[in-house]
Ligand binder design. Structure first.
Ligand code: SAH
Length: 355
């Protein structure tokens, strides 16, 4: 048996691998190992979550951003981006619509927009928790101070998504301008965990300059940090960024790594991401069949949604929008899964355990 396949078997049995083994699993990837990983990951996800798929209503509430991440379409230096910012009332209205459709988690995502002070953001979070006490609020607004994270948590925020983007410091420096460091990102992630958030990390697959060693470092980081959630999608280029001409990341490799992460972290909340759905027509379903258990349809008002352009051709219609929820349900049921009206908390929070 080849080395990668025997490592995949070991991963499925023990839910861990050493750093060197993770690298060998990535380097030695091939169809047979991929098929094994997929089946083992889907089985593991079913043993934890059954056939239930958790839904998150995504509200992209601002595309103003003070950061200049070289891969991102809403980076500060992109003068062609049409900027928008929803009002607090528009955010509440989008969530109200989502709640009526059955969403019980709202993900407020945006650029690092200084207009959204703690005061303003806390007010929106408390209003949401007041109106929808049965729902979870997830924030994804980048790096803030520990004090800011603490205030948002006290206002009622339950979860926080902050991808680590890459666990290799040199690669992090290649993807970001000076002043944005992996150290600071990891500091934020640790603060968020200590403050009691359900925390999501994750990375793009196939970002410019990424090597197999970078991806092995990502898996090792996830293995050790044990986030509650892991967001992973292929890198997709955006024409108005310094990486404009770079090739897109591989959807196949994304699926391979999704399965590996499911086996490393059996209880993690793993979305079949928008980027995966953009890269493959059946990316959502294939993500689920490779071990994902979450989908995040878009609740952003359609006029603004098309302006939250992180990368080319980003999905924003069809099963991606709340109005397409029925179609999404049909597609999930067609592969044997069922979307549920639930908060869908991390099983780790329910047992109080961290692994
Ligand atoms: N400001 C927030 C939200 C960023 S957008 C934050 O910093 O967390 C959410 C994610 O989209 C990012 O973490 C990044 O991993 C992903 N993303 C950005 N540009 C992308 C691109 N060109 N291709 C694929 N994913 C991208």
């Amino acid at each position: 048996m080849d080395e990668a396949l025997s490592l995949a078997r070991k991963l499925a049995g023990t839910h861990t691998l050493s750093d060197g083994e993770l690298l060998a699993l990535i380097r030695g990837r091939g169809p047979e190992t991929a098929a094994f990983l997929r089946e083992a990951a889907a089985k593991t996800a079913r043993s934890v979550f059954g056939r239930e798929i958790y839904l998150r209503g995504l509200v992209e509430f601002t595309n103003f951003c003070r950061c200049d991440c070289r891969y991102c379409g809403i980076r500060r230096s992109n003068g062609s981006a049409r900027r928008y910012r929803l009002t607090p009332e528009e955010i509440l209205a989008a969530c109200r619509e989502g709640h009526a459709l059955g969403f019980r988690t709202f993900v407020l995502q945006g650029g690092e927009d200084p207009w959204w002070t703690d005061e303003r953001l806390c007010a929106v979070v408390s209003a949401l928790k007041g109106e929808f006490p049965d729902s979870a609020v997830t924030l994804s607004v980048g790096e803030r101070s520990r004090e800011s994270y603490a205030r948002l948590r006290a206002a009622g925020a339950d979860r926080y998504l902050l991808r680590h983007e890459t666990a290799d410091p040199a690669h992090y420096a290649f993807l970001h301008p000076p002043g944005q460091t992996l150290e600071s990102r990891l500091h934020c992630l640790r603060d968020l965990k200590e403050l009691g958030y359900q925390v999501g990390a994750g990375m793009m697959v196939g970002s410019p300059g990424q090597t197999d060693e970078c991806l092995a470092a990502d898996l090792a980081f996830l293995r050790d940090f044990r986030p509650h959630m892991v967001g992973m999608g292929p890198y997709l280029s955006h024409p108005d960024t310094p990486f404009a001409g770079a090739p897109d990341g591989s959807a196949e490799l994304t699926l391979y790594l999704l399965s590996a992460v499911r086996l490393l972290l059996p209880q993690a909340l793993l979305p079949a991401t928008t980027a995966l759905g953009t890269a493959l027509p059946d990316g959502r379903e294939r993500g689920i069949l490779h071990g994902a258990n979450v989908v995040m349809p878009n609740l952003t008002p359609p006029e603004q949604r098309e302006k939250y352009l992180l990368y080319h051709d980003k999905l924003s219609a069809g099963a991606e929008c709340a109005a397409g929820l029925e179609e999404l349900g049909r597609r999930l049921r067609a592969v044997g899964y069922e979307p549920v009206v639930q908060r869908g908390d991390s099983p780790l929070m329910l047992t109080g355990k961290q692994s």
